[in-house]
Design a binder for this molecule. Structure first.
Ligand SMILES: NC(=O)c1ccc[n+]([C@@H]2O[C@H](COP(=O)([O-])OP(=O)(O)OC[C@H]3O[C@@H](n4cnc5c(N)ncnc54)[C@H](OP(=O)(O)O)[C@@H]3O)[C@@H](O)[C@H]2O)c1
Length: 329
């Protein structure tokens, strides 16, 4: 099998495509012929030795894949050879084959292609859990999505429109925001980089009330300012810190606004309540088959151009997801 290997910590250009031996399957494992792999910022951190999880050398980056099951361990019951699945694998996804835990595999809805599936698990899994289980977003409520052009941001918008919420989207790039607005029919977009009045505009757009739920994947000043445009009984979802800064929140603002700060850690919750996560995916797959979900994959690169894929993430060029394909389609 071929894998895009990290043999020493370094930039994307230091990855090398090599033939590597297959490992034998352990109990509960399945082998996939990988068709596509999702690209995420932690992949960049992992090859530079800056991520909390450091696999032994050599390893391939890539935490999520989609492909066809080619082999299953004797004790596996939930998937079989020939099934089309998506799976979280942690690492070693940038390869033309992958080994996954059978419990981590989700069978694809019939009409979902592999490239879409490769970028679906983490973003849609996180955003559904955040909006439904953590924020309990209600029909008619206003959702403010920060980092709206990114992977989890676009997923949040896509899910929220199915939950009957009104979306206000923010980002730092007008072109990316325009593409998201057109794709999902979002009426209001604001630029947190160039428009210092964005929080006042959220108040205006909500008739002075503020946003009921704020989905924040950016952090820093964006999270701090969100406390000034959240509604009474509002929920601010702490998703991530893509901007690089973890803010210190003035607790008096949480008191004065009568709002909640709600932490979201999908990966940890997944281990605690896998059955609820599976139910979440079943509902999203129904929406997908009914044409009610529309994930965006703005960039696709062949496996040998994995460095370009990682650089597209580093340079903030991506709208929705960037994926690597192995040429099997
Ligand atoms: N809590 C969880 O369970 C969970 C799960 C998945 C991901 N996350 C976290 O959520 C965050 C977003 O993930 P993602 O997959 O959506 O990432 P992404 O696709 O790279 O999107 C991140 C967005 O953040 C914005 N951004 C603002 N400042 C940035 C900066 N300095 N560098 C890069 N982007 C910046 C960008 O929009 P503009 O260019 O328009 O500003 C970009 O669209 C990450 O921190 C990730 O670790 C958390």
């Amino acid at each position: 099998m071929k894998a895009m290997l990290c043999k020493a910590f370094g930039p994307p250009e230091s990855l090398v495509l090599e033939e590597v031996p297959r490992s034998a399957l352990g109990p509960g494992q399945v082998r996939l012929a990988t068709h596509a792999a999702g690209v995420n910022f932690p992949d960049v951190l992992m090859i530079q030795g800056k991520y909390q999880f450091k696999p032994p050398f050599p390893f391939a980056p890539g935490a999520e894949v989609a492909g066809e099951v080619t082999e299953v361990a004797a004790d596996v019951q939930n998937v079989k050879v020939g099934d089309r699945v998506m799976a979280m694998v942690g690492a070693n996804g940038f390869a033309d084959e992958a080994v996954a835990a059978a419990v981590a595999c989700m069978k694809l809805p019939p009409h979902m292609d592999y490239a879409t599936a490769a970028g679906f698990s983490m973003t849609y899994g996180t955003s559904y859990y955040a909006l439904v289980q953590r924020a309990q977003l209600q029909p008619g409520e206003t959702l403010l999505v920060h980092g709206a052009a990114g992977g989890v941001g676009t997923a949040a918008i896509d899910i929220a429109r199915n939950l009957g919420a009104t979306v206000i989207a923010t980002g730092g790039n007008d072109d990316k925001l325009a593409r998201v607005a057109k794709h999902y029919g979002v009426a209001h977009v604001l630029n947190y980089k160039t428009d210092p009045q964005w929080k006042d505009k959220v108040k205006t757009l909500t008739g002075g009330a503020g946003a009921n739920v704020i989905y924040d994947a950016v952090g820093g000043d964006v999270l701090e300012q969100s406390l000034r445009c959240v509604a009474w009984n509002g929920r601010i979802l702490v998703i991530g810190f893509a901007g690089g800064d973890i803010p210190k929140i003035p607790a008096n603002m949480v008191l004065l606004k009568g709002c909640s700060l709600v932490g979201v850690f999908w990966g940890a919750w997944l281990g605690r309540e896998p059955h609820v996560n599976r139910t979440n995916f079943e509902r999203m797959f129904e929406w997908y088959e009914a044409g009610k979900l529309s994930p965006i994959v703005s960039h696709k690169f062949p496996l040998e151009r994995a460095a370009d894929a990682l650089n597209a993430i580093i340079n903030r060029e991506v709208v929705g997801k960037c994926v690597i394909t192995t040429g099997r389609d």
